[in-house]
Design a protein around this ligand. Sequence first.
Ligand code: ATP
Ligand code: MG
Length: 182
Amino acid sequence: MSSAPGANHAAQRLFFALWPNAKLQAALHLAGESLQKAFGGRVVRTENIHLTLAFLGSVPAERADELRGIGSSITVERFQLKLTETGCWKRSAVGWIAPESLPEPLKDLMLDLRSRLLAAGFRVDDKPFAPHVTLLRKAKCRPQPAGEQIPLEWRVDHFTLMRSDTLPDGPQYSQVGTWPLS
Ligand code: ATP
Ligand code: MG
């Protein structure tokens, strides 16, 4: 029997993320268009907008179940993010929006994930966690004119494990697992 392209054999590019609902993704896309006036670049497609919790890189397909196990072992309370801060990182050429503060449950979620991933032998990047939602790619970072930003409220009640495929017209993300927060 032949396998469909993308079937579960080769390695997959995976990451844990917070995934906004479609309504918030649309609002974030608008915020991206407004940020584009300051930094140029390309606005991330609405359906691709997310916040990365832990990037795993390439993972053998047979380890996906282990990652689902790690996802189900997390017990963290739901929380709210107030997205108020915008900015631009020159090194990665991304324009972003970020929460005004790091709520304790988000910190716990990220720390629990990282420690369980490390204990299971996954490689996770050890850069300090800077939660942000990328809105612009190929941004030209420069001083941002002061402007009012309407804060976006995000009630976070679940997190996801995502697979990333690079297609000719850009990345495509598909959900591999999802877990509710308590
Ligand atoms: P593409 O690389 O196909 O242009 P992308 O960067 O959105 O698109 P991925 O590289 O698969 O897709 O990354 C998925 C998520 O993980 C994105 O939010 C990305 O910013 C983040 N990410 C990618 N590489 C790293 C890394 N080395 N450390 C931390 N986060 C990363
Ligand atoms: Mg990338």
